[in-house]
Structures are given as C-alpha cells and as structure tokens.
Design a binder for this molecule. Structure first.
Ligand code: MRU
Length: 395
C-alpha cells in the first residue's frame, strides 16, 4: 500500500498527523487556511513541498466550503483580495522552506489573472485558484518520480565505483511524508532500490526532532527497503567503513531552500554530513524540485533560519514501553536535559555550494560548470515537454 500523507478530494483535505508517527496513524481534517497554518506550525505536516501543498489545499477547501454555503462573494476582486490575504497569512507559518512562498506567489498571479479576465466572477476566481492548487499536488508526485530517476542514474554512473549495488545515507525525512508522494532524496533511494541496485539505505536519527528515526525509518520499513538507523553522531564512523554493506557511495539529502549560488538550507545536521562526505571522498547530492530553488536568494547568507522552542531538545515524547510491547494509550513526555540549561535550537543549517556535487531536480542533475559555479537558469528555461537531460551543466 502506498503511504499517503495528504488525502485530498475537492472540498476535503486530511493530513497524516506526523507528531503521532511512527506508532499511530491518525488523519487530521484541514478545513481552512487557519487549520493548515496550525498543522504546519505545529509540524503535524512538514517537509518543504508538503508544507506548500497543504497550505494551498487548505485554502482551496476553505473556498469550496464557503462557496457551498453560498457565502462566496460574486465580485471577482473581493475573492482575489480574500485569497491574497489568506496566502500572505499562510506564508508566515514557517520561514525557511521557500516552496510555500513560491506556491503563494504563483497562486496569487493565477488569481490576479483570473480576476482580470472578461466576465470574471467570484466563482471563476475561486475555481482558478482551486484548479491551480490541485495541480500542485499532481505535479509534485510526477516531479519527485523524475528526481528519483535522475538521481539513481547519476549515483549509479558517478558513485558506484563499478559495483552493482550501492549503500546510501540520507538525513531527515524527504519521502512521501514530506511531499505529495514518493519523495525527493528518499525518492532517489526508492528509485535505486526499484532497480535492484540498493544494497542498503542508512538514515540518520536527525536530532532533535527525530524525523529520521520516526519518519524515514517508518517509510523504509513500510516499503520493505533494507535499511539501518544510525544516530547523527555515528555518521563519521560509518563513512570510514569500507565493507561490502557499510560502504556509503553517496549521501543524498533534501532541501528547504537552494540559493542561486547553490548554497542549501536543509535540516540541521546536513552541513556536518557534507563536511564528512568531503573528508571521506563520498559524493554529496541535494535532491529538490525546482520549487525549492530560489534564484531571488543570492546565497545562503540571505536565508532565514527558523529557530524552534528549546523544549524540542530538552524533552522527548512517545508511548510507554511495557515489556516487549508499546502502550499506545499512554503517551509520556520525559525530560532528557538538565533543568535550567540554555538551549539553541536552529531547525536548519546552510551547506555551502562548494561541498555539494550535484542538485538533483526533475529536469536533471545540475552540476557545477567549468567555472566551479552552479547555473540553474537552464532548468528554469526548459519547458515541461523538453527532453530531460540527466546532467545539466557538469564538466
Ligand atoms: O523541519 P522539517 O521536518 O520540515 O524539515 C524538513 C527538511 O529539512 C527536509 O529535508 C526538506 O524540507 C526537504 S523535504 C522533501
């Protein structure tokens, strides 16, 4: 069964509550932009593409519900303004991932154009918005599958060292739970596995929020992909091993924002992994759709890094262990740090472009050009129908 974190049909949106994973699968109803904002802020839904899609669809559901009650204005400009204000509000939920701001900008443009059209009405503006938001859900899955294939091609060509099978390390959660489906970095692992070329996936725990041990491990077990969990602090020791299984060919991570120069904001701990990869001669790839690449942000220095509550580090929550089983009715929060200690809890870090070997997009893998710099313009110039190159720009 395919893991579905976002269940949508027109007028209805349910999201898998990721705070309750991996032990309990509960869906929350999202009926409005406000519901979506809270789901994102509280991290019941998370991951750059999923954040954008849940926000866009949450507002789509609200518009449908209002229209269903005959409460939608029939004045195009009024609906346009309503949508604009809701999008501006949604963008305030989390600052680092650019996908939401990118989606909001595109949706706003569609709504503006719809409001200017001849015979525009409140309903036609609403319909244009809903259709475009729904298309984002569809496009994200197909983009992720293309990312998976391009990433698999690249790794097997550039990192396998002549072996039939490779082991890959990933960080945080970038799979079906973080996207509309399939995933970005985890999508690459899925594609390598589907070809019979994956020896083993390694996922890092991803402290402090444990997206690796709770969510990526959950997806890997769900899909029966051979996988091993390591703590973040074990990565260096793992990269040193050159055995038949513990021999990492590549580290593949997702992204929350890739700046125009290739500097990449992603889950805290990504930067350390990139440094380790460089030291050990292991390829380091960022997998992300073009909606994560932000040409307006010149470099990593311009990326706002979200800081989260200290209690995410000092406390941990989960079901009680009773003998060999879990008591899912008894969820406890326990303290794991000294009372009174100051806490710094940045949710993301920035990996400099110099440590990144390639950015895997739905249009192909972008490598640095002969000038040592990433050039993303080509993948934005390409239209959907063009042949998708596996490598864009590389040497
Ligand atoms: O704080 P999170 O869980 O939303 O952070 C998620 C990540 O950092 C992911 O790696 C990134 O959003 C890419 S998801 C395809």
């Amino acid at each position: 069964m395919v893991l579905e974190a976002i269940k949508y049909s027109r007028g209805e949106l349910d999201i898998l509550d990721q705070l309750q994973l991996p032990h309990t699968e509960v869906y929350d109803e999202v009926k409005s932009a406000q519901d979506a904002w809270h789901a994102i802020k509280e991290m019941r839904t998370r991951g750059a593409p999923a954040i954008a899609i849940v926000a866009a669809l949450g507002l789509a559901v609200e518009l449908e519900l209002i229209a269903g009650k005959n409460e939608l204005s029939n004045i195009a400009e009024e609906v346009e303004l309503f949508i604009k204000e809701k999008l501006e509000y949604l963008v305030t939920s989390r600052p680092t991932a650019v996908n939401l701001a990118d989606a909001a900008r595109k949706l706003q443009k569609i709504v503006q154009d719809a409001a200017k059209a001849q015979n525009a009405s409140g309903t036609s503006v609403k319909d244009a918005y809903v259709k475009a938001a729904e298309q984002m859900l569809v496009d994200d899955v197909s983009d992720n599958k293309a990312i998976g294939e391009h990433g698999a091609d690249w790794i097997l060509k550039n990192a396998a060292g002549g072996k039939d099978q490779v082991s890959i390390l990933t960080h945080c959660n970038t799979g079906s739970l973080a996207t509309a489906g399939y995933g970005t970095a985890l999508g690459v692992i899925r594609s390598v596995h589907a070809r019979g070329s994956l020896k083993r996936a390694f996922c890092s725990e991803t402290r402090p929020y444990n997206q690796g041990s709770r969510l990526t491990a959950f997806e890997l077990v769900h899909d029966k992909i051979p996988a091993t969990l390591v703590t973040d602090s074990m990565a260096a020791a793992l990269l040193r091993l050159k055995g038949p299984t513990e021999n990492i060919a590549a580290i593949v991570v997702g992204a929350d924002r890739v700046a125009a120069n290739g500097d990449t904001a992603n889950k805290i701990g990504t930067y350390s992994l990139a440094i380790l990869a460089k030291h050990h001669g292991v390829k380091f790839l960022v997998a992300a759709p073009r909606t994560t690449i932000d040409l307006e942000t010149k470099s990593g220095a311009d990326i706002v890094i979200e800081e989260r509550a200290g209690k995410e580090m000092t406390m941990i929550k989960g079901p009680c262990v009773k003998g060999a089983s879990l008591d899912l009715k008894q969820i406890e929060t326990v303290s794991i740090a000294a009372n009174g200690i100051d806490v710094w809890n940045p949710a993301f870090d920035v990996t400099p472009a110099e440590l990144i070997d390639g950015v895997v997009t739905e249009k192909g893998v972008v490598e640095k050009g002969s000038d040592g710099v990433f050039h993303f313009e080509d993948i934005f110039a390409a239209s959907g129908s063009e042949v998708k190159p596996t490598t864009v720009g590389g040497l």
